[in-house]
Ligand binder design. Structure first.
Ligand SMILES: [Zn+2]
Length: 262
């Protein structure tokens, strides 16, 4: 079997997974971050290479910070499943997937070690630079599949990534009292909230009703952008953080200069 050259100089090993197919011309303009969600790192790696499992990712970042590549970036790895962002489905066709070794919510959900986060930052920087991917297109699996997924979860330090120039993030508004919205409510404010979430990219129908789908999207938003409280309730801190984030997108030159601030 020929040796496969890694796409990134940060890769220490290429362990070829058979679980991929062709991108068929889609641009690569998204990076999706995951956690492996399994107690054993080795078992997670084995599963991502098991033809029976039919799952993979382009990269795995181990707890030690070691970066392993499984699928060439030019190929379509199978990490995102049914997913959507900014109205585009089949995120596998247009993304690079990074699995971060972490046991996940079902197995104690430990903190991500600094050395591992540093490796994710370096890898994401490298992928975005080589593929011209915009900061707001570095997403959590939970962002693109909020009805099914929680990874990489609220412990993943998006603020640290942003401080290093990776991803789109604003300082969350502090949690205070005030008006909030939750499941069962309806009306113009709910419609406005849904429109803002959908405009940012979340897969959400604008119905004017705070339904389960809305709660799931608000929860996903909080995991990524307001992680100190993840409850699916659109409080004033959540809504203000969403507004700040959306404003950041419309500024000229916002992508590079303000990645780590408002
Ligand atoms: Zn995932």
């Amino acid at each position: 079997m020929p040796t496969i050259a890694p796409d990134s100089s940060l890769v220490s090993r290429f362990i070829a997974s058979p679980n991929f197919d062709a991108r068929e011309g889609s641009p690569v303009d998204v990076v999706v971050l995951h956690y492996t969600g399994m107690p054993e790192e080795g078992a997670a790696l084995a599963r991502l290479c098991d033809p029976e499992a039919k799952v993979s990712s382009h990269y795995v970042v181990r707890e030690s910070g070691e970066i392993v590549q499984l699928v060439a970036e030019e190929q379509r790895a199978w990490h995102a499943g049914v997913s959507s962002w900014q109205g585009q489905g089949d995120i596998n066709s247009r993304s690079v997937g990074i699995e971060i070794a972490n046991r996940g919510h079902d197995h104690g959900y430990p903190d991500f070690p600094d050395i591992q986060v540093d490796a994710v930052i370096a890898l994401a920087c490298d992928i975005c630079a080589r593929n011209g991917i915009r900061p707001e297109r570095i997403l959590a699996h939970s962002d693109i599949a909020p009805d099914r997924k929680r990874d990489p979860g609220e412990k993943f330090p998006w603020a640290r990534l942003a401080a290093a120039g990776v991803g789109h993030f604003v300082e969350p508004e502090p949690i205070r009292g005030g008006r909030f919205f939750s499941v069962g409510e309806s009306g113009a404010p709910i419609e406005a909230l849904q429109a803002m979430l959908a405009l940012y990219g979340y897969p959400l129908q604008i119905t004017g009703v705070y339904d389960t789908a809305t709660e799931q999207v608000v929860t996903a938003f909080q995991r990524h952008f307001r992680p100190s409280r993840v409850d699916g309730i659109a409080d004033s801190s959540t809504i203000a953080t969403l507004h700040r984030l959306a404003r950041g997108l419309t500024k000229p030159g916002a992508d590079a200069a303000t990645a780590g601030s408002d």
